[in-house]
Write a protein that binds this ligand. Structure first.
Ligand SMILES: Nc1nc2c(ncn2[C@@H]2O[C@H](COP(=O)(O)OP(=O)(O)O)[C@@H](O)[C@H]2O)c(=O)[nH]1
Ligand SMILES: Nc1ncnc2c1ncn2[C@@H]1O[C@H](COP(=O)(O)OP(=O)(O)O)[C@@H](O)[C@H]1O
Length: 431
């Protein structure tokens, strides 16, 4: 994060170009988005001789196209290449770049989609082929307003949709962790836990990367500034937060994500673009809550008292705010668990199989051309056989995009719509 992207943004008045222009074999893709002109540079077969002795062995001479070149230059010598900056009006600025940028590829095609650019990486693996560079989306505009700088944001494109994540909140000691563990144990292939970051110290049995990502306050604050977090809050004197990646990796694995976060975090998620189911867990009484906290034996007396003080306010907010879709009373554990399953649609004996969010097999060959008709991107894949050249047409539907930067852009759909060779178009060759 924080690097400048591989394009220039010019003032429109300098070169009034409307719409989208993709010049095959030339060095750039030009498009206008909002009040910016975006040029995506491609430099096929650009020769890079490594100067730095530290890298001599690994990469003395390479042929790079734009994306691999850019990826490497940003990593190895970011200051030397001015084209890795955004130019606005008369001045140059380095935009804040959110999201994870694509790694190197053998080339790319780009398609303009009003507020963002769709990038198809050539020869990449099926789960790494489709990327979006957001230039004027709601997320980008929000971030620009907040940060007071130009912002662009990367997100990876994913075929299909993920199931709505489940946000579970409630006071400390109410039984959230216990209920979540039961769910994950009974439905291991269906649910995945969003591993939060926290600045609190690990408890005896807690493992870094499993229960939490234990981190330093200064590190977490920097990552929050870089846009890595979906939400964060100060809870019981420590910083807690859900990284964008923590939720996306669960959905990438085709699982439904469960978030155990406090009421402030739930409120932030509610007002974010992430659609989720919100559940608040209440104790049967404050006395029972205190008993559970004390019996758990993981906190000092001071910490217990702090958690109990915060509990009353949390319960009031949980019940009265319109953040939560459901309120569950955790009196008898088994009964509460059954209710939880029911409201997640798991009431019957057989649990529904989650829809896999993983990418289907979609291999974009090096040789292809791209065109756009409304919300459909038509990719014309050309492959040369022994005797003749054949072409396959793939349609990528971008009409139902969901999510987006700085995480994943979901809701993509693709279909093979035909093939043609010898000038005949159709699913079958006519004889
Ligand atoms: N906002 C927010 N709250 C979190 C996150 N992770 C955990 N929490 C909340 O922080 C509070 C304290 O969590 P923890 O220290 O594990 O204690 P416990 O709830 O007593 O087990 C709980 O209310 C959690 O739901 C997070 O990523 N974001
Ligand atoms: N319904 C229940 N009845 C009695 N004890 C419970 C119940 N639910 C959870 N507990 C116990 O209460 C303690 C706190 O539960 P935990 O899941 O750690 O809470 P939280 O994650 O909300 O802080 C644990 O020792 C757990 O075994």
């Amino acid at each position: 994060m924080g690097e400048a992207p591989a394009f220039l943004v010019d003032d429109l008045q300098n070169e009034p170009l409307n719409g989208f222009e993709l010049k095959n074999g030339t060095c750039k893709t030009i498009t206008t988005i909002g009040n910016k002109m975006v040029r995506l540079y491609t430099m096929p077969c650009y020769k890079v001789a490594r100067q730095s002795s530290a890298y001599n062995e690994k990469m003395s001479l390479h042929l790079f196209d734009s994306m691999s070149l850019v990826a490497l230059m940003m990593e190895l010598c970011p200051l030397k290449f001015k084209f890795l900056t955004v130019v606005l009006e008369n001045g140059q600025i380095h935009p804040t770049v959110h999201g994870t940028k694509p790694l190197s590829s053998k080339g790319h095609s780009a398609v303009f989609l009003n507020d963002r650019i769709l990038i198809l990486k050539k020869g990449a693996k099926s789960d790494d082929q489709i990327w979006f560079l957001e230039v004027d989306t709601q997320y980008v505009r929000q971030q620009q307003k907040q940060l007071g700088t130009e912002v662009v944001a990367w997100s990876k494109g994913v075929i299909g949709n993920a199931e709505k994540p489940v946000v579970i909140s409630g006071p400390s000691g109410v039984g959230k962790g216990t209920l979540i563990s039961m769910l994950m144990k009974e439905f291991p292939s269906m649910f995945g836990f969003s591993v939060s970051h926290t600045t609190r110290a690990p408890r005896g049995m807690e493992k870094d990367g499993v229960h939490y990502h234990f981190t330093e306050k200064s590190v977490m604050e920097k990552e929050i500034k870089d846009g890595k977090f979906l939400e964060f809050a100060s809870v019981h004197g420590n910083l807690y937060g859900t990284s964008v990646e923590a939720v996306e990796v669960v959905a990438d694995a085709g699982k439904r994500c469960i978030l155990d976060i406090d009421v402030q975090g739930a409120r932030s998620v509610r007002s974010s673009s992430l659609e989720a189911v919100f559940i608040f867990v209440c104790p049967p009484s404050m006395e029972e809550l205190e008993k559970r906290l004390r019996d758990r034996g993981t906190e000092t007396e001071e910490q217990i008292l702090k958690r109990l003080r915060n509990a009353a306010a949390e319960i009031e907010q949980g019940k009265s705010s319109n953040i939560f879709d459901f309120i569950l009373y955790n009196d008898n554990l088994e009964e509460c668990y059954e209710k939880l399953k029911k409201l997640l649609g798991l009431g019957g004996c057989v649990a529904a199989t989650p829809k896999s969010a993983a990418l289907g097999e979609f291999n974009l060959p090096l040789d292809h051309s791209v065109s756009k008709i409304d919300d459909k991107i038509i990719i014309n894949c050309i492959s040369s056989g022994l005797e003749k050249e054949s072409k396959n047409l793939i349609m990528l539907d971008v009409s139902a995009l969901k999510g987006g930067a700085p995480g994943r852009t979901r809701g993509l759909d693709f279909q093979a719509i035909g093939s043609f060779s010898d000038g005949l178009i159709g699913m079958e060759r006519l004889s």
